[in-house]
Design a protein around this ligand. Structure first.
Ligand SMILES: Cc1cn([C@H]2C[C@H](O)[C@@H](COP(=O)(O)OP(=O)(O)O[C@H]3O[C@H](C)C(=O)[C@H](O)[C@H]3O)O2)c(=O)[nH]c1=O
Length: 180
């Protein structure tokens, strides 16, 4: 598995080894021993999620506080442009974002430790699958405005995104609850 830093402390890009043969291919999409070695600590996941999004759908930017969730994210089908925003008040990269294409074709995974908001736009119809380190806690959910000028996220959009009502009502960074 290839492990790459992203410039935001703790946010990692992981690319599992793909074993190809005449039948197709095989990859270990999660191996606790290898993942914990990459992260440098034991991480336990309690929930697996999947969401299908049609091309042009944008979900996010979401996080839970309290009950923050670390997330290990990949596209099992199609492709998304996945974004993490550092909301850790004391982080040297507070308020900065990182975007990367995750696709079934590139097999890339993004590890977002607790303290990040997460969102993505579907570049074509996409099935996003991801593990979380805590359970869903709807009362602890927050939505950061995907188009906050203070974040200036350079979304690869070819028109207005398809959004949920919740995501249309995201709060600005200046008004968002932050991680200490
Ligand atoms: C997150 C979640 C949702 N739900 C239910 C609640 C709604 O009835 C339905 C859709 O929920 P929502 O519109 O919040 O789904 P997304 O917009 O994809 O939210 C997710 O998208 C961003 C990108 C994330 O990183 C989070 O995991 C999560 O916030 O699934 C559940 O039953 N369990 C869950 O863990």
């Amino acid at each position: 598995m290839k492990v790459e830093q992203t410039g935001l402390p703790g946010l990692l890009l992981l690319t599992p080894t793909v074993h190809r043969d005449a039948r197709g291919d095989f990859a270990e999409t999660y191996n606790a021993r290898a993942f914990d070695a990459a992260v440098g600590r034991a991480v336990s996941f309690v929930q697996d999620n999947q969401s299908f999004s049609r091309r042009g759908v944008l979900r996010g930017l979401h996080y839970q506080l309290p009950r923050p969730q670390g997330k290990l994210v990949r596209a099992a089908a199609g492709a998304v442009w996945d974004v993490a925003v550092d909301l850790r008040r004391a982080s040297p990269t507070f308020g900065r974002w990182h975007g990367v294409e995750l696709s079934a074709a590139n097999g890339r995974q993004l590890w977002l430790p607790e303290g990040f908001a997460h969102g993505f736009v579907a570049l074509d119809d996409a099935l996003l699958v991801y593990k979380t380190t805590d359970y869903w806690a709807p009362d602890a959910e927050h939505t950061l405005a995907w188009d906050d000028a203070a974040l200036a996220i350079d979304w690869p959009l070819s028109g207005a995104p398809v959004l949920s009502d919740k995501d249309r009502a995201g709060v600005r960074l200046a008004d968002a609850p932050l991680f200490d």
